[in-house]
Design a binder for this molecule. Structure first.
Ligand SMILES: Cc1ncc(COP(=O)(O)O)c(C=O)c1O
Length: 369
């Protein structure tokens, strides 16, 4: 029985399945943790120092809603150089998640349909519902690529927005330039908002990152420092898109998040000049090691980015497979946390090499049983 004070809008979705795995983790001693979607490396030293310096120099108050100019202007310069759009403005948000909340609340009316790709990041469906939107699913199994014909068939008179993510969580699949172009043009031609979640853009292993914003100037991009600079707990993100939409999101930011934490914004300005190429190369190596070790034992798509693998459970459901893995101390996430199907499981290789080797040993043993 739900408490009578609790609002209906909170009851249309459940607690994140990832949290349930974290609760399990707390009960295991020395688990092999390949479940966490955050880098195992630390925030770069100069970025930590910039945050401490900002705190010590009393830069601890509210910042302007849109972010401090030292960071915003740097971001704006980068965005202008990359896209050259006449109307593309950037603002600083409280993490990529903060940007996502503001985009959805700014664009989705109750009853509007939002196209989501199955599987996708855990927050998308609850946030669409929170905004009163109706998720419309486009299945991407078995190769997790965007099939634009399927997207076109999912569009109705009520479609407001397509929420897209590449490199993707949980599959690691990275869209090609031509897939991006076709999707971007479809959204443009049907007058549908295209939101591109680019939080993993630094982690592209087999080619340059491609954004749909290069092909559709109305694309709204959400991005952040959580993954690229291991700043998950610092809550720093940014959004760029057409200025009228950005102004609306800023109006909502005034009354919700207010601003991203100011000291962290100063650190973000420094982070923009830090090369994370060494970490990306290390993660490419981790991807290769895992794919080579388990690729012929599991049905899996070799991912081009992010730091996830999404193999098919060899027998039974993804949840049953994960239960067997947890019995052997290996924490991974069942696919049904990200999907309406329960056939796969997610491995995060954002872990040290020893943990990955221990995980490989368990995965190899599980494939035989
Ligand atoms: C696809 C995707 N988008 C957004 C986020 C949230 O990032 P942030 O920490 O910047 O809110 C995550 C985090 O796991 C993610 O996987």
């Amino acid at each position: 029985m739900t408490h009578p004070w609790i609002a209906d809008r909170t009851t249309t979705f459940d607690n994140s399945g990832i949290r349930k795995i974290f609760e399990l983790a707390a009960k295991l001693s020395d688990p092999i943790n390949l479940s966490i979607g955050q880098p195992e490396f630390d925030v770069p030293a100069e970025v930590r120092k910039a945050c401490i310096d900002a705190i010590e120099s009393r830069r601890n108050g509210y910042s302007p809603t849109q972010g401090i100019s030292a960071l915003r202007e740097k971001l704006q310069h980068r965005v202008d150089r990359e896209y050259g759009h006449a109307d593309r403005r950037v603002f600083v948000s409280s993490g990529t998640s903060g940007g996502l909340v503001l985009v959805l609340l700014s664009l989705v009316n109750p009853g509007d349909e939002v196209i989501l790709f199955d599987p996708c990041f855990v927050m998308y469906e609850p946030l669409v519902k929170l905004a009163g939107g109706v998720p419309v699913w486009v299945d991407t199994y078995p190769d997790f690529r965007i099939d634009v014909d399927r997207v076109a068939r999912a569009i109705s008179a009520r479609t407001k927005l397509i929420l897209f993510n590449s490199p993707a969580n949980p599959t690691g699949v990275t869209a090609t330039e031509s897939e991006m172009r076709v999707l971007a043009h479809l959204a443009r031609d049907r007058n549908i908002a295209l939101v591109s979640d680019e939080v993993y853009r630094a982690f592209c292993y087999d080619g340059p990152f491609a954004s749909p914003a290069a092909h559709n100037a109305s694309t709204i991009v959400i991005d952040g420092f959580s993954k690229s600079h291991a700043m998950t707990g610092w809550r720093l993100g940014f959004v760029h898109g057409p200025s009228e939409l950005i102004d609306t999101m800023l109006k909502l930011q005034q009354y919700t998040f207010v601003c991203a934490p100011q000291p962290v914004q100063w650190a973000g300005a420094v982070a923009m000049d830090v090369d994370v190429g060494g970490h990306v190369a290390a993660y490419r190596g981790k991807r290769d090691r895992l794919c080579d070790a388990i690729g012929d034992r599991y049905e899996l798509i070799r991912p081009g980015g992010a730091f996830y693998l999404f193999p098919k459970a060899p027998r039974g459901t993804g949840s049953q497979f994960v239960a067997r893995a947890v019995d052997r101390g290996l924490l991974i996430i069942p696919g049904n946390v990200f999907s309406r199907r329960d056939s796969h499981f997610r491995i995060s290789y954002a872990a040290d090499d020893r943990t990955i080797e221990r995980g490989i040993a368990v995965l190899c043993a599980l494939a035989e049983t």
